[in-house]
Write a new protein. Sequence first.
Length: 381
Amino acid sequence: MSPVLPSARVVTVVLLVLLCGGCASLAPQRSELTTRVGRSDLSVAVMRTRVRDLARRFSGLIEALADDLAARSGSPHVASAMLRFKANAVPAVQSALFQPDPVAALIDTWALLAQLEDSLPRTAVGASPELLAHAHDSLGALESELEAEWRGVTGREDATQTRDKVHAWAAANPLTGPLVTRVSTTELLASLTNVPGGGLRSTAASLVEDTRDLTARVDLYATSLPRQARWQAELVAVDALRAPTVQSALAELGRTVDLLDRVGAVAANSPAILERERRAALDSVHAERLGLQAYLTGERQGVLADVDRERQAVVDALHAERIATLQQLDGLARGWVDHAFDRLTPLVDRVFLWLALLAVLLGVGGLLGGVLLTRAWRRAH
């Protein structure tokens, strides 16, 4: 078989594809979703151009949002979270905006932004409320642009009901993992366009991207994919630094620095470059020592403060216990005294009664004795 035939077949297939694309571009393509939402006069090509134009801007704005939040937070944890955030959000937004049906792309991107707004506080843990509020406002501005496009598509100025449905769907379907696993917005799209769920895929599948859509997608990917590859490499590097093998390697590196320090002391008469390297290593070790010393000093002061607080708490507790014991003993003493007086009162009463009776008897005896002595004296005289 001649090698020219496969080449001729390839050329023929390419020409047929271009011819079909040209015919498709000449015929005014209609979208059932576009007709259902209220503006049947908008063609798919016009809506695609308006929606595709948002892909580049939204990608850049989300990247700038994540970089700004990471830089202003000053936290390595937040910076790592924002790196993972933009590495997932940017391709997800691009994929949503490049769906075949522009209405479906509009709603899907709107729902994705609402999900990102809800998940941002859980993603950027440790960021200040002011930074989170600024990032939320930035995502809200992107959502406002989509809302303006939706008003242009539907021809209605009030999009409150649609916005409420989108946010209710986002709240019911939060992002719990990578964005590639997010729930499909087919049900949401069906509720907004009154199209049965089973017909949405066939509606979107009937729309074929033309060469302009492919060119825009390739142009956007040519600009964005190198940055996404760099983000993925940075994520791999961050994850690798957290591995136990890397930690052990860093420990070995510390011991190597100590060894180089001793070698530098032996090679005191080496060239000036070795002396500079040795001094740089010593300065680094000295800085680390000062940092460690400051950390240990802070920890020691914290421990002493905790011990002092514990001691004061123990003293206060003992003082309170002593006061409570004294109060209890005072109550017991008062009870014992009252009980003793209660027991002694009848005894004293009896003693006084017997003494009174004895006095009466002595008085009566005295009187009788006096009378007897008087009578005896009288008889004697």
